[in-house]
Write a protein that binds this ligand. Structure first.
Ligand code: SAH
Length: 203
């Protein structure tokens, strides 16, 4: 069975729109040439400059918590290879928008090149910004959803401010994945899911 099939069978992927995106956006399109034959392996792999493309199980788990919807505006912090940004773009559809922020210039370029294989850049559904995502990206705020793929020490204040009411943040803090739901301008409901592994967020 392929990796998407086994993530569905094991209950990690459940939402039809997310599963469809995982089938359409091929992980190998976001991996360096010499690793493409490992795209189906459920592990993180190096993409250069000390960074990795995340493990499929982790990305699936985080997207199921995030619950991106058609038409959503999503901020994808640590866009790296571009895989999560492209998955999100497929899920939010034509009326949606994804802003990816990547701090390492060469990886921002690598991500852009990979995402362009799906025409999302030309059609302006995805915009990749090179910068420090720990500050969010105020120019395009507010967001329906914020995803982060690098582990913070604590939840950055700007992310809370740049999120719409009822919006969701899914982000690693230490070695846990956290879900934050914005209940009012100052009130967040949070849940912790331990035992994951991430590269650190530069803060
Ligand atoms: N979403 C990516 C995951 C890449 S790993 C994928 O699907 O492959 C996490 C990425 O976060 C790395 O590329 C790293 O360079 C980036 N990163 C770390 N700190 C950051 C920061 N403060 N702002 C933006 N990106 C950051």
């Amino acid at each position: 069975m392929d990796i998407v099939g086994s993530l569905v069978e094991d209950g990690w992927l459940r939402t039809p729109r997310i599963i469809k995106a995982f089938r359409k956006i091929r992980r190998e399109d976001f991996m360096p040439l010499e690793l493409k034959n490992a795209a189906e392996v459920n592990e993180a792999f190096p993409i250069g400059l000390g960074q990795t493309i995340s493990q499929p199980l982790t990305v699936g788990f985080m997207l199921e918590l995030l619950q991106p919807k058609e038409g959503d505006k999503v901020l994808d912090i640590g866009s790296g290879s571009g895989w999560t940004s492209a998955l999100l773009a497929e899920i939010v559809g034509e009326r949606g928008k994804v802003i990816g922020v990547e701090i390492i210039p060469a990886l921002a370029e690598f991500g852009k090149k990979n995402i362009a294989k799906y025409n999302f850049i030309k059609r302006e559904r995805v915009q990749i910004i090179c910068g420090d995502g720990s500050k969010g990206y105020v120019k395009e705020a507010p967001y329906d959803k914020i995803l982060c793929s690098a582990s913070a020490k604590s939840l950055p204040e700007p992310w809370k401010e740049q999120l719409k009411i009822n919006g969701r943040i899914v982000a690693p803090i230490g070695s846990s994945v956290w879900l934050f739901v914005k209940k009012s301008s100052k009130e967040f409901k949070s849940s912790e899911y331990p035992n994951f592994s991430f590269v650190p967020l530069v803060q």
